[in-house]
Write a protein that binds this ligand. Structure first.
Ligand SMILES: Cc1cc2nc3c(=O)[nH]c(=O)nc-3n(C[C@H](O)[C@H](O)[C@H](O)COP(=O)(O)OP(=O)(O)OC[C@H]3O[C@@H](n4cnc5c(N)ncnc54)[C@H](O)[C@@H]3O)c2cc1C
Length: 380
């Protein structure tokens, strides 16, 4: 067993950390306050090759592994949850399904530009009445004269207003048991009949774009069907397993940032004639925070490594997502507590960490859904 990062993984950590510290960090407060998607930062990330870390070079990617990608999400999440969420969603949800299940032509047409950071992708699974129960999808896609005609509604879709394509799940028929067949289709964002609205006023990750989508007789060529139409449900479960590693990594970034801020504040702040870091009550909080950050990191790297080895990783991705996101929320809460009244003020940033972390316990499968996934894996 080797716990060392490879040379390449270490280089990616340094490159992303430098970029995050120099370019994203100074703007994190403003991104949150203005709730404005930082498109220019994404353009820069594209030029650095960050949008294509886990994809092969022949499709415009950097040919990195899942561990490297998780490290990149962690480093971005450490300075800005909004940018981290949009980054994770663009790579894991907007582009990865095309890499996993797309034809050669689909990869050339849709993946390359995303991997090069020239365009962004989105993934529309959630509907007003189908959230955790994603199998309850009501959107339909009917094949008529070589085109799928799609009708339905999607909600809470990350990056949709800035995307060139949205991968949409829809019911395309019934199987022999009479159950709905759910397939995934690549829908160009400028397709006629597609309306994208971003009116949500969010608690956290405010600079990440979140939109509602209405599909009214949207027509896409039948070549835009992604993967095996009979296995659409399995395909998006695989996509979500991969996405969970990235949301876990984002949680890790926030948990680490909370620890860093709390530790440095505890050393500076004096009460009762001494640094508050000398109080055992504060020391024990910091010790627990540091331990859980370390545990989360190990769980994430293990899940990412399993994926890279093409071994089953569903359970480990759920462990990592559940633990890292709950750790992010707990650590952010403790960081506020250690800052006292100052922690309640926006300029100290830890209150933003808490608001951003809360989303991670909901998106890409709530904590309850992760526990369901784990218990099913245990054979319950
Ligand atoms: C900012 C943001 C970004 C998002 N980005 C995307 C995106 O890019 N693409 C996308 O498709 N979706 C996206 N989502 C949607 C997100 O994945 C869903 O909100 C999430 O899956 C939960 O669905 P829901 O909101 O309908 O809650 P519900 O499913 O209605 O859940 C409500 C509560 O019931 C619990 N619950 C539900 N079923 C069970 C059960 N069987 N057992 C125990 N408890 C249960 C849940 O855990 C939760 O606590 C995003 C959401 C947000 C807020």
């Amino acid at each position: 067993m080797d716990f060392n990062l490879t040379k390449e993984q270490t280089m990616i950590r340094k490159m992303v950390r430098d970029f995050a510290e120099e370019v994203i960090k100074p703007r994190a407060i403003e991104i949150d306050k203005q709730a404005k998607f930082p498109k220019d930062i994404f353009d820069e990330m594209g030029k650095l090759g960050l949008m294509g870390i886990p994809f092969p070079e022949k499709y415009g990617g950097s040919g990195g592994d899942t561990v490297s990608y998780a490290i990149a999400v962690e480093e971005i999440g450490r300075v800005c949850g909004s940018t981290g969420l949009s980054y994770a969603a663009a790579v894991s949800l907007g582009a990865s399904p095309i890499f996993y299940f797309g034809t050669k032509e689909q990869k050339q047409k849709f993946l390359t530009q995303k991997a090069e950071g020239k365009t962004l992708g989105a993934f529309g699974l959630t509907e007003p009445n189908a959230g955790s129960d994603a199998g309850g999808t009501k959107t339909t896609a009917v094949l008529k004269d070589d085109k799928y005609v799609i009708n339905g509604e999607k909600c809470f879709i990350t990056n949709a207003s800035f995307a060139d394509t949205i991968i949409v799940t829809a019911v395309t028929g019934k199987n022999e048991k009479g159950k709905n067949i759910i397939s995934a289709l690549i829908v160009p964002a400028d397709a006629e009949g597609l309306t994208i609205t971003n009116n949500y006023d969010k608690m956290g990750v405010r600079g990440s774009d979140t939109a509602e989508i209405v599909l009214d007789n949207v027509k896409v060529p039948k070549e835009n069907l992604l993967g095996d139409p009979q296995k659409g449900f399995k395909q998006f479960l695989y996509t979500l397993d991969g996405g969970r590693i990235s949301i876990a990594a984002l949680g890790l970034g926030i948990a680490q940032a909370s620890l860093d801020k709390a530790l440095s504040y505890a050393k500076e702040r004096t009460q009762f004639g001494q640094s508050i870091s000398k109080f055992q009550a504060i020391q024990f909080k910091l010790a627990d925070m540091a331990m859980e950050v370390e545990l989360a990191r190990n769980m994430i790297y293990k899940a990412a490594w399993l994926k890279d080895q093409e071994k089953p990783f569903t359970k480990e991705a759920a462990y990592a997502k559940l633990f890292a996101t709950e750790t992010a929320f707990k650590n952010a809460n403790e960081a506020i507590q250690i800052h006292g009244g100052y922690g309640y003020m926006r300029d100290y940033e830890v209150e933003r960490y808490l608001r951003d972390a809360k989303l991670l316990e909901i998106g890409e499968g709530t904590s309850e859904v992760q526990r369901l996934v784990i218990s099913r894996q245990l054979g319950c």
